[in-house]
Design a binder for this molecule. Structure first.
Ligand SMILES: *[C@@H]1O[C@H](CO)[C@@H](O)[C@H](O)[C@H]1NC(C)=O
Ligand SMILES: *[C@@H]1O[C@H](CO)[C@@H](O)[C@H](O)[C@H]1NC(C)=O
Length: 565
């Protein structure tokens, strides 16, 4: 009835009908999954717990009332001693559609007996299963496929909303003089209450391994190549039969880093976890080497209480020409946003015309993502463009959501696996607003040398800074000679168009100094108060977190942070 697992690859099309209910009840868009608090009930595929059905008392009640009424609010549909209003954050039954409910935390499911697993609920919840789907992958049964299980030791989970934790594993079970392909992985989820995602990255000989689980916002230095990922709701990764991710000493990958993202919104102190993955590895090399590519937007600013906020990002024709040395073939693709994600798609275009949709999620489900398998794989040529569109819905939020790594920050990425790996060196084609981050060249971006801009003793930077600081006020007021100076300075590649806001964002990234803050303050002293980018300087493009595919940019940033005086 209520299979909370689902999770076959190539998921069945979901109807958007249950989205309707999100608006009709208080906190309807973030009712937690009954047995896994970091899942949401509407993300769980099979229909709608509120929509009726014999095993769903609240559903029947809802079917009777059709909308949130005081009477429905005062009922205890699941018989667990809490009224529907208490469970959904409307204890006084005063909520009306379109308004923020009285409480937004401690929400429980009105149709499932709480606390889950307690004696009184065991019988009532018999029909609700929490199993995950089955991992199916023919390739792992081939001869010569061996498996390697990597798991964290039992580790206490910090009482934090979001934690990234890394641990490095040596690949000393592999023969030094052989090449290997990694062809799939199956998660072992020990504590489903908190596991949000796992990323396996390959480490080269220069990496310094983490021998004990340690907090990490980025994969450790030298461990940047994404090899496998698991995210909430996936049964495992099964690589297309003609490709594999190269590992082993000959491939320059001698160890693997495993990064966990735990979500612990209730900040519980008693959670432990020893999750991990089983990797499937073969010496029978497949025809192609595989790799990851990420598209999407790294600058997000989603106002609260909006039914629909659309963010776009283009991996332009020019970018694909820059980053691709030959055509590639996409094997899989999926969308990645966080809790406010509503719809997403990545579109493939050629010669300015749409060829196809790659990841058309009409209903995006954060905790039950659709993995699109392309069989045959989809060709992308240099000169094609990849257009990512993310639709967010923030009706239940009272504050702005920005780009960031926490589960309650937002993201907008299309994630793809492709072959041949050799065709694309840079693993991402993302933008920051409309700044194409594909144009990184050494320490330069769009001809702006970031090393110069953030180096206080460089004469070029000194000239630029003096121009502004000598002509403009740092603390308030527009001086008459300032506009001309600013106009000139804004011709500089580091301050042209959206680059100014991009650099402004970086200044929060630890690469900054008081002088940089003064410079920006002076630079903007004559701008209108409603200039859009000035309010968006909070979240830097720092660590790639779980999204190590975006690492090339992060490496660049990490590089400055280290090199600056
Ligand atoms: C790993 O390999 C062993 C021995 O070949 C086998 O018994 C086991 O079932 C495999 N584990 C998985 C998860 O496939
Ligand atoms: C990258 O920068 C170097 C010098 O800094 C320049 O010679 C080269 O042409 C640049 N490459 C591209 C693709 O712009």
């Amino acid at each position: 009835m209520f299979n909370l697992g689902i999770l076959t690859l190539l998921l069945v099309a979901t109807t958007s009908a249950y989205r309707f209910y999100q608006d009709e009840i208080p906190n309807g868009d973030h009712v937690p999954h009954p047995c896994k608090p970091n899942y949401l009930w509407w993300g769980v595929g099979h229909g709608n717990p509120l929509g009726g059905g014999p095993r769903n008392p609240f559903g029947q009640d809802f079917a009777r009332y059709h909308r949130w009424t005081e009477e429905l609010c005062r009922l205890d549909s699941d018989g667990d001693g809490m009224t529907n209003g208490q469970e959904l954050g409307d204890p006084n039954c005063v909520w009306t559609k379109g308004n923020l409910p009285q409480e937004s935390t401690g929400i429980t499911h009105p149709g499932v007996c709480d606390p889950w697993g307690s004696d009184k609920c065991r019988v009532a919840n018999k029909a609700v299963t929490c199993e995950t789907g089955e991992f199916k992958c023919d390739g792992i049964n081939d001869q010569d496929v061996m498996n390697i299980t990597l798991r964290f030791p039992l580790t206490a989970i910090p009482a934090e909303e979001t934690t990234y934790m890394c641990l490095t594993f040596e690949l000393d079970m592999l023969e030094e003089d052989s090449e290997y392909h990694l062809i799939g992985s199956k998660p072992f989820i020990d504590n489903a209450n908190v596991m949000h995602h796992i990323v396996i990255t390959g480490c080269d000989a220069t990496s310094s391994p983490l021998r004990k689980p340690g907090v990490c916002n980025m994969a450790p230095t030298g461990c940047q190549k994404t090899l496998q990922t698991w995210t909430l709701g996936m049964p495992g990764e099964c690589v297309y039969r003609e490709a594999g991710f190269k590992i082993g000493k000959l491939a320059g990958i001698t160890r693997l880093n495993m990064q966990f993202h735990w979500t612990n919104p209730q900040k519980r102190t008693d959670y432990m976890d020893s999750s991990g993955l089983t990797l499937f590895v073969t010496k029978q090399l497949r025809r192609y080497n595989a790799a990851y590519l990420t598209t999407g937007q790294m600058h997000l600013d989603i106002p609260p209480r909006m039914p629909r906020v659309v963010k776009k990002s283009s991996c332009t024709a020019e970018c694909t020409r820059l980053i691709m040395s030959e055509p590639v073939h996409l094997m899989t693709g999926w969308n990645h946003m966080h809790y406010l994600g509503y719809q997403q798609n990545v579109e493939l275009n050629r010669n300015g015309e749409k060829l196809r949709d790659l990841t058309p999620d009409d209903v995006y489900s954060y905790d039950n993502p659709t993995v699109y398998e392309y069989n045959p794989p989809v060709e992308v040529r240099p000169g094609d463009s990849l257009e990512t569109t993310c639709v967010f819905r923030s009706t239940s939020r009272s504050t702005t959501a920005r780009y960031g790594e926490g589960s309650f920050d937002e993201m907008c990425f299309g994630i793809f696996t492709f072959y041949p790996a050799e065709a694309i060196e840079m693993s991402s084609c993302v933008t920051w607003d409309d700044v194409d981050l594909c144009r990184v060249n050494g320490t330069s971006l769009n001809d702006c040398d970031l090393m110069i801009f953030f180096n206080p003793s460089h004469p070029q930077r000194q000239r630029l800074f003096s121009k502004v600081l000598d002509n403009c006020n740092v603390y308030g007021g527009c001086r008459s000679e300032c506009p001309a100076a600013v106009e000139e300075v804004r011709q500089h590649p580091c301050l042209r168009g959206s680059m100014e806001a991009y650099i402004g964002d970086l200044k929060q990234n630890g690469v900054s100094s008081l002088e940089v803050f003064k410079f920006f303050s002076a630079l903007e002293s004559c701008d209108c108060v409603d200039k859009p980018h000035t309010s968006t300087w909070r979240y830097p493009v720092s660590g790639a977190g779980g999204h190590t595919a975006v690492v090339s940019i992060s490496i660049l940033l990490a590089a400055f942070t280290m090199m600056l005086p």
